[in-house]
Design a protein around this ligand. Sequence first.
Ligand SMILES: [Fe+2]
Ligand SMILES: [Fe+2]
Length: 293
Amino acid sequence: MARIAHLSDIHFGAHDPKIVAAAEAWLQQRQPDLVIISGDFTQRARRDQFRQAAVWLNRLRAAGLRLLVVPGNHDVPLYDLARRFGAPLRRYRRYISNDLCPFFQDDEVAILGLNTARSLTIKGGRINQDQMRLLRDRFARVAPGKTRILVTHHPLFAMPIGKGRELSEAVGRHEDAVRAACSAGIHIALAGHFHRTYAEAAQKMVAHSGGALVIQAGTATSTRLRNAEPQSFNWLHVHRHDEVELQVVVWDGAGFQRGHHVAYSQQDGQWLGQDMVDPAAGPGIRVAEKARG
Ligand SMILES: [Fe+2]
Ligand SMILES: [Fe+2]
């Protein structure tokens, strides 16, 4: 089983320092096998904001945590036009990571991150043809039994998380991107950007989308909230490529608490979610044990 913490939208410069410290303490205590951070490390891509992010990431690395990170649209300078169009991710590469297509693989999981942040768009992201080729090529060499996970800042899929449940924007060229993810056999697609938590089978959102389970992280530490949804991150237990537990870890004003917990299993190509009850609460333990197989 792979234990993965999925955080997003850290937003140094518009962050709450005590929530940042609490997230760090939580990660240090739980020691996930991998910490995924799906972009928006800063609020305005300023040097001091990147420096703060770098110090925090270095502390996580020094605590023995392995990281896989991708940039978000807020990591591209918005007002500094020379930098925005000339070298949009120079600071990200210097302070956060030089690798814009990080890949991690062990005996159980294969995980690819793709950069969807572009200088020509303010909020929307894009996936280009080279990245789609990389997506297919990387996973073509992965052994069949491993869980295949794709990480982007902008979600590939439009999803009903706007006000009044209207559909959100998807990443640019999303039909091609969805096709590429489908042919790469992606089991789980992780993203952020909307500062809203959400999980659903891709098939229920987009036709011909393959068998991916789409999981959105909220903002882990930003003070800018959508629909007053509190800060949170996702705690994933990947048992197998067709069996995944997702628990949302939510900030309650004083600390991070375990929140909504769902066991997903794929049956006949369909992801089905089973609400879990914390084993400490009693009856739910039976469900948890069953889901773990
Ligand atoms: Fe964000
Ligand atoms: Fe974003």
